[in-house]
Design a protein around this ligand. Structure first.
Ligand SMILES: *[C@@H]1O[C@H](CO)[C@@H](O)[C@H](O)[C@H]1NC(C)=O
Ligand SMILES: *[C@@H]1O[C@H](CO)[C@@H](O)[C@H](O)[C@H]1NC(C)=O
Length: 335
């Protein structure tokens, strides 16, 4: 009974707050002559700050037109904005900027949804060695990362040199399908210098400097062994496929909205996602070195900490995860 009363009381408070909020919006609208969407556009600079607020305002609106706006086809965005302006009785001639701003935000919102669908499709498409296109991409990855040493054959131990597990990479793509290959190839082709550097470092056993006092007593053989134990290289391609998983989960959870709404002036596209992957590879590499793990067994721990760090960064509405090479290519909405 007590429990029931408590729930009832909470429900009443909820209704009351909702009522207060609606009344507040009504009063503000009467006083300022502006509706909520207008106020959001006037009070927030373009990018994630504005688009995130518009998105939640549309989603929680009581008007069906506004609620369904976030699901329209990109081709219908312009028409939808016209209908919203008409519904809100906003004169487009006296508020020309408002229509443009709303349209840009709505394109970002529906573009993000489409990007999730596109990325999901690539992730579900398995690597197929009968498919010529897939095979060509894989060979191109080799050529870009190892221009000086030709592959001895399609099935070769050499694949391990770029961090695959065995002599045929196809099995390594299982978790992320074609998406993993797309990302690795994009990184190798469009951010080549960084990709080569990361690959090079990942193959190097890193030696932790052991202080003199510690070494004075151990024999040379022991010293060599100790150095070997401190090797913390990792498998480039395998880690690339795993960081694809990380980028994918950031996208699907919606956490990447902050970043994409800040870097894509209109619809975010696959290229934006791939550039995010380049950034994550570079940052993960840096993070891995800083964390100084003893060996690859610590991958899980380091990855979790990295994931948390990125999630925290994305809580800041001004955040953009830009790889160094892209900052000038992207016409940043807001930085
Ligand atoms: C080095 O070895 C000697 C004798 O083997 C021992 O007395 C000394 O404490 C050792 N020093 C260190 C730093 O372990
Ligand atoms: C990536 O690594 C994490 C943690 O080790 C694991 O849970 C996840 O399944 C891996 N993803 C892929 C695609 O291998």
């Amino acid at each position: 009974m007590k429990h029931f009363l408590r729930v009832l009381a909470q429900f009443c408070v909820f209704l009351y707050c909702k009522f207060l909020w609606r009344t507040f919006k009504f009063v503000v609208r009467k006083v300022t002559g502006r509706c909520e969407l207008q106020r959001i556009c006037y009070n927030n600079k373009p990018g994630a700050r504005r688009t995130l607020k518009i998105e939640s305002s549309l989603k929680f609106s009581k008007s069906e037109l506004l609620q369904s706006a976030v699901n329209v086809h990109p081709d219908l965005v312009e028409k939808t904005i016209d209908s919203i302006m008409a519904l809100k009785k906003i004169n487009p001639d006296t508020n020309p900027q408002l229509g443009i701003s709303l349209q840009a935000s709505l394109l970002q919102i529906v573009g993000y949804r489409n990007l999730v669908v596109e990325v999901e499709k690539l992730r579900r498409e398995p690597y197929d060695c009968e498919n010529l296109e897939h095979e060509e991409m894989l060979l191109k990855l080799w050529k870009t990362l190892r221009p000086e040493s030709p592959l001895s054959g399609r099935i070769s131990k050499q694949w391990c040199e770029i961090g695959f597990q065995g002599n045929d990479p196809k099995t390594d793509f299982r978790g992320m399908g074609l998406l993993g290959l797309y990302n690795l190839l994009y990184f190798a082709e469009h951010d080549k210098a960084t990709a080569l550097q990361v690959l090079h470092d990942s193959l190097q056993p890193k030696h932790r400097t052991i202080s003199r006092g510690e070494t004075s007593n151990i024999s040379k053989i022991e010293w060599e062994k100790k150095k070997f134990d401190k090797a913390i290289g990792y498998s480039f391609a395998i880690v690339g496929i795993n960081i694809t998983d990380l980028a994918y989960s950031l996208l699907v959870s919606g956490a990447l909205k902050t970043h994409l709404y800040n870097v894509a002036p209109e619809m975010p596209s696959l290229v934006h996602f791939q550039q995010t992957f380049c950034y994550l590879m570079q940052e993960f590499h840096r993070f891995w070195i800083e964390e100084d793990p003893c060996d690859i067994m610590e991958f899980n721990r380091v990855r979790n900490r990295f994931h948390k760090k990125v999630l925290k960064q994305l809580k800041n509405p001004d955040m953009a995860l830009c790889p160094h090479f892209a900052a000038s290519d992207l016409h940043l909405v807001n930085l």
